[in-house]
Each structure stands twice: as structure tokens, then as C-alpha cells.
Design a protein around this ligand. Sequence first.
Ligand SMILES: Cc1cc2nc3c(=O)[nH]c(=O)nc-3n(C[C@H](O)[C@H](O)[C@H](O)COP(=O)(O)OP(=O)(O)OC[C@H]3O[C@@H](n4cnc5c(N)ncnc54)[C@H](O)[C@@H]3O)c2cc1C
Length: 390
Amino acid sequence: MPEYKYLIVGGGMTADSAAKAIREIDSAGSIGIFSKEKHLPYNRPPLTKNLWKDLNYGKLWRSTEKLGADIHLNTNIVSLDVQKKSASDSGGKSYSYEKLLLATGGEPRKLPFSADGLIYYRSLADFESLKSLSEKKNKFLIIGGGFIGSEIAAALSMQGKDVTMVFPEELIGINVYPRDLAQFITNYYRQKGVRVAPGLQVTGIRKSGARYTVDAGQHGQIDADVVVAGIGIRPDVSLAEQAGIKTSNGIDVNEFLETSAKDVYSAGDAANFFNPHLGKRIRIEHADNANKMGRAAGLSMAGAGELYNYLPFFYSDMFELGYEAIGELNSSLQTVSDWKEKFKTGVIYYLDGGKVRGVLLWNVWGKVDAARNLIGSREEFKPEDLKNYI
Ligand SMILES: Cc1cc2nc3c(=O)[nH]c(=O)nc-3n(C[C@H](O)[C@H](O)[C@H](O)COP(=O)(O)OP(=O)(O)OC[C@H]3O[C@@H](n4cnc5c(N)ncnc54)[C@H](O)[C@@H]3O)c2cc1C
């Protein structure tokens, strides 16, 4: 049985960051990286952003191959034996490990019905399919008004495509942004030519020839050449569950990113951890967390573990709109907007009992650390105290 000192399940940003951190400490220990994907590890955020403007794959890759690891692409690890310390792939081949990382990320949530060619947008392979379709087809329907739905709708619209967005919420991002900002974003999309159909649940999709017909409640039926769904992800906990590792919303880890099984770690979109800034367990589906938590897991695995007590930030781009944000962006919290110029530049604070839980830096850059400190301070604020605070 092939033996690895470090075995990493997953071929995403977390896996790559962990392998790089291991190499900082251990230049020679064997590393095996196993990925279901056909591509080497790459950065996912450009799949809805820059790659549509500049088809330069060079900036996508993370150079994982330079680490001297065995990278097994197109390889699905299907079982884990935490007593024997081995993992097996779908071809029945087993590998032993000393330390194992579950960097299994997330799988797109699926609609309760299927249709041939429906794209659940997550991977570089999905980008390649959609890009190729965008060269031949014109009418695109996007199901979902969250991060992926709104970013891919903007990217396709900027390619001159006829784009319709359909989602059950009242406005784009209404669960994230304060109502007036969500209304502004929704209007902005419409001005950019995107047909926005909010408040609608898709109840069925049929494909007839090359056309799709989507049933969209009181909106009736919408025809499209291509249908893309971005309705969130589920953490991929299947291996952890099969191995009897504790999971809740994701794979539970302690401050050193160890799971309930000895010498098994988890990080990234799949992992659920305690965050001292927010004083609770969270799971984060963003790039900064994949990079930092992956690194922390790699250091832990190589024996140089530090507490993972970092509050990651995230970012999004929609046409020319862009922001960085940190903490809990939940529009059901009290929000305080401090605009320099309304809807153009400003800071929005999310408060719970006077304490800042989240900060949205709308077209405001270089202030993430200040926002993190503010959340971590756990001080109580009155809305007026926050004027010009950041
Ligand atoms: C299109 C897109 C745009 C994004 N844009 C932004 C953004 O603007 N800002 C931001 O902050 N974040 C963004 N994100 C989120 C960010 O990219 C993710 O948080 C990050 O990629 C998570 O990395 P991960 O390695 O933990 O998980 P994943 O990227 O999900 O990687 C997990 C990998 O493990 C593999 N795998 C899973 N199980 C197995 C198994 N059993 N055997 C073998 N392989 C397995 C999967 O195939 C996959 O390759 C975006 C995500 C997407 C999809």
C-alpha cells in the first residue's frame, strides 16, 4: 500500500495552502493530494470574475506541482479507516497516512428535478462549459440571487448575453444587504440589462431540442438556451460521516483544526470551527478562509500548529460594484449605514445588542483589519458612534 506522511483529500485552495505550509516545515515528508477534479488546484473566485474579462489561465494556477507532492487528479477518495489510518479511492486502491486533511469543500446544492445540461456552477470545468456555450448561445437563465448567481449573471451580461435571473427572495442579496442597498443593486442589474425576476420559485425545467423551458410560478414559463443554477453549497462531509468523524454544519474541528479522529484534520469550506471574534462556531465558504485555514491546518499537521483564531474576510464583484466584508452579514441584524456617497462608497455595520458583528466595506479598501478589530472588541456602540468610525 502506498504510504504518505501527509495525505490530503481535496484539490482546492485549502488543499494547496495546506501542502505549501507543510513544505515550510517539512521539506521532504511525502505528500499525497487527491482530487476528484481533472485540473490542478486553482483559484476559484476568477471563475465568475476576471476569467470572463481576460482568458488568462496563468493567474488561475497555484503551482501546487512545484511542491514535490504526488497529485492524483480524477481520483475520488471514497472511504477512510481512521483506525488503520488508510484511505481508499473508487478504484479500490488504498493509501496509508500519518496525518490526513479533509479539504473536501462543498458540493453545489441541487434542485429537486434535473435537466440535461443544467450547470451547477462551481468548477473550472463548469467555467469551460459555460464559456463555450456563451460563444454559441444567447439566452441565459440564472437560478439563484446569491453570490454565485449575481456574479455569473453580471459576467454573462458583460459578454453581451441576454440574461434573466430568477430567485425566491424579494431582491438580489436581501438576506445580506440592508433593504435600500439590495433595492439599489437590483435596480442596477436592471439598468445593466439583466431581467430580474424575484420572488419566484422554479418548479420544473424541461429540455426540448436545444431549448429549456423553466416553470417559474406566477411568472409563467421562461425560455432559455442555457440554464445555470447557483443555489448554494453543502459542505462535503460524506467521508467524515462514513469514518465516524463528528460533523454538525460541516466537519467539526478544534482550534488546531483536528477533527474528532486522531491525526485527521479539516479546513476550508468543509470545516466548522470556533471563532473567538464572533464567540461561536462557524463555517465559512470564502477564499481568504480557504487560504488561511488551509495554511493553519498544514502547519498543525507538520507539528508547528498555532491556534486558528482568525476572522476571515470576503469579497464580491458585480459589474463595476465591489466590496470587502467581514463577520456576519445578515440583514436581519440591525444595520447602520455610513455613506460617504450613497450606494457608491460607504461602510455598513451589522449590530446585535449594540455589538458590531459584521462590516461591509462598500467600495472602501484597505480597512479589513480595522473592521476585524472592531468586531473583536465586543464593545457596545450606539449607531451615531459609528459615523466615520472606519
Ligand atoms: C465560482 C466561485 C466564485 C467564488 N468567488 C469568491 C469570491 O469572490 N470571494 C470569496 O471570498 N470567495 C469566493 N468563492 C469561494 C471560495 O472560492 C471557496 O471558499 C474556496 O474555493 C473553498 O476552497 P476549499 O478548498 O475549501 O473547497 P473546494 O474549492 O470546494 O475544493 C474541494 C476540492 O476537493 C475535492 N474533493 C471533495 N471530496 C473529495 C474526495 N472524496 N476525493 C477527492 N477529491 C475530493 C473537490 O472535487 C474539490 O476539488 C467562490 C467560489 C466559487 C465556486
